[in-house]
Write a protein that binds this ligand. Structure first.
Ligand SMILES: C[S@@+](CC[C@H](N)C(=O)[O-])C[C@H]1O[C@@H](n2cnc3c(N)ncnc32)[C@H](O)[C@@H]1O
Length: 230
């Protein structure tokens, strides 16, 4: 049977051999398998998002809003060790987030003490302009709150929106031409530009998730920008 990257099945010890080799992805995947708690698609989503964001944004504290298990934050650190640490914020942190963290620290001891988890609403954490705010699949209008928080701090930000809700999200006047979720994401992107951000519109592979539009943005004038890789 095909090993689909979009499966919600949990990766487990029995899956370790599916990820042979010495690449960073294979090593992360094997650590995730050992933690035995993460849905397979979250591994692929976090990896694909992190590598695209890291091509643009170096350094900075990573703030993973609505972070769930926080794998995205960990991979961001592994891809660029010049970030001092990461904060994973989720109002309902999964109990197994600690298990995943321990499995990753076992493989990369340098992660120890550098990832903080806070069980709090994303509205209640401080964000600095030097931070890199990331959020994978913050449902519906939660993505807009992530963007608002990042913009208020003038921080770099990347979101992979999902569960677009035409009732609570702004599709502007575009839904006569493009489907509602696309309209919502275009309005988000245009709004960021109006707010003085440079944006990048990318996608992760659709076979991982159909909710695959990645919106990356950085203030046109930001002390952190000289560290941005082009
Ligand atoms: C669909 S999950 C995504 C989790 C993770 N980022 C991922 O990609 O697998 C959305 C997460 O947002 C969290 N969440 C919802 N409202 C929140 C809020 N106001 N502040 C912080 N986290 C919130 C939920 O608890 C949930 O873990």
């Amino acid at each position: 049977m095909r090993f689909s990257p979009s499966s919600r099945g949990r990766l487990a010890q029995r899956d370790v051999d599916r990820f042979p080799g010495d690449t960073l992805f294979a090593r992360v995947a094997r650590a995730v398998c050992r933690a035995r708690c993460l849905p397979r698609k979250e591994l692929y989503e976090a990896w694909e998002m992190a590598r695209r964001v890291r091509r643009l944004f170096r350094s900075g504290r990573i703030v993973d809003l609505g972070g769930g298990h926080g794998l995205l934050a960990h991979i961001m650190l592994l891809l660029d060790d010049s970030s001092p640490g990461a904060l994973v914020v989720d109002k309902a942190l999964p109990a197994s987030s600690a298990k995943l963290h321990e499995a990753l620290v076992q493989t990369w001891p340098r992660l120890s003490g550098r990832v903080a988890f806070v069980a709090r609403a994303l509205e209640d954490v401080d964000i600095l302009h030097t931070d890199v705010v990331v959020s994978s699949h913050a449902c519906g209008a939660l993505t807009d709150r992530v963007l608002d928080r990042a913009v208020a701090a003038r921080a770099r930000v990347a979101v992979l929106p999902c569960c677009h809700d035409l009732g609570t999200c702004n599709a502007g006047a575009l839904s006569g031409w493009v489907d509602g979720p696309v309209a919502i994401d275009i309005v988000r992107a245009m709004r960021l530009e109006q707010q003085g951000y440079r944006i990048w519109t990318q996608t992760i592979p659709a076979n991982i998730s159909p909710k695959n539009r990645l919106l990356i943005a950085q203030p046109r004038c930001n002390d952190a920008s000289p560290r941005t890789a082009e």
